[in-house]
Design a protein around this ligand. Structure first.
Ligand code: AKG
Ligand code: FE2
Length: 201
C-alpha cells in the first residue's frame, strides 16, 4: 500500500497498491467478467461505449435513484475482502460491485461518483490506464494524473473522492475494472440529492 502514487504528487484521499492480484487471478477475473452479461452504460437516455454490470446497490442513472439488484456472485467476494483489507475497511460495507469493460475507444468522462456512495475501491485489469483528476481553482483547473497499472488497486475517499472529478481517456486496448462502493449512510441518500454534475458518457 502506498500513498505516494508511484512518485506523482499525492492527492489526499487517494491511495493505491501496485499488485493486489496475481497474473493468474487477473486472467480468471477477466474471463469471469467476460462471462457476465454486460450492457452499455446508460445515462438519462444516452449510451456510453463502456460495458457495465452492477450487483447489490446500484445507482440507476436513467431513473436517478439507488436500487438494489442481484447479489454479488461468489467469485467476487474474495476480491471484495482483499480490497477492503487494503483500504482497512470492513468488506461487508461494500454493498455495490460494478464490472466494467472498456474496449478500444471507450473511456469515462469527467465525473464525481454519486453522493449516495462513500468509499470507492477500484481494481484494474488488462491494459494500463491513467486516471485523470481535476478541480476548478479560480479561473483554471488543477490537474493530477494517476497511473492505473493492471492488477493494481486504488481507494478513493475524502478530498480525492469529493473535491475532485476524475475521468479515463478512451482506451487504445481493452481494460477491465472492478469497483466496490460503500454507502454514504446506511440508507443512502434521497434520489434528488444526486443531480448529475459531470459527463458520465
Ligand atoms: O474503471 C475505473 O477504474 C473507474 C470507473 C469509475 O470512475 C466509475 O465507474 O465511477
Ligand atoms: Fe468514478
Amino acid at each position: 500500500m502506498t500513498g505516494d502514487l508511484f512518485g506523482l504528487p499525492p492527492l489526499p484521499g487517494l491511495s493505491s497498491c501496485e499488485a493486489l492480484v496475481s497474473a493468474a487471478e487477473e486472467r480468471l477475473l477477466i474471463a469471469a467478467i467476460d462471462a457476465t452479461e454486460l450492457a452499455p452504460f446508460r445515462f438519462q437516455g444516452w449510451e456510453g461505449k463502456r460495458l457495465t454490470r452492477s450487483f447489490g446497490h446500484s445507482y440507476d442513472f436513467d431513473r436517478g435513484r439507488l436500487e438494489v439488484g442481484d447479489p454479488m456472485p461468489d467469485w467476487l467476494l474474495p476480491y471484495r475482502e482483499r480490497m477492503a483489507g487494503f483500504a482497512g475497511l470492513p468488506a461487508a460495507d461494500f454493498v455495490q460491485a460494478l464490472l466494467i469493460r472498456y474496449d478500444p475507444g471507450a473511456g469515462i468522462g469527467w465525473h464525481r461518483d454519486r453522493p449516495a456512495f462513500e468509499h470507492v475501491l477500484g481494481l484494474s485489469l488488462g491494459a494500463p490506464a491513467v486516471m485523470r483528476f481535476r478541480r476548478r481553482m479560480a479561473a483554471k483547473f488543477e490537474r493530477v494524473a494517476v497511473p492505473l497499472p493492471p492488477r493494481g488497486a486504488y481507494h478513493l475517499t475524502g478530498e480525492a473522492r469529493h473535491g475532485w472529478e476524475h475521468s479515463i481517456a478512451a482506451m487504445a486496448e481493452t481494460r477491465w475494472s472492478i469497483t466496490f462502493r460503500s454507502l454514504a449512510s446506511p440508507i443512502g441518500r434521497p434520489a434528488n440529492a444526486d443531480a448529475p454534475d459531470g459527463n458520465m458518457i
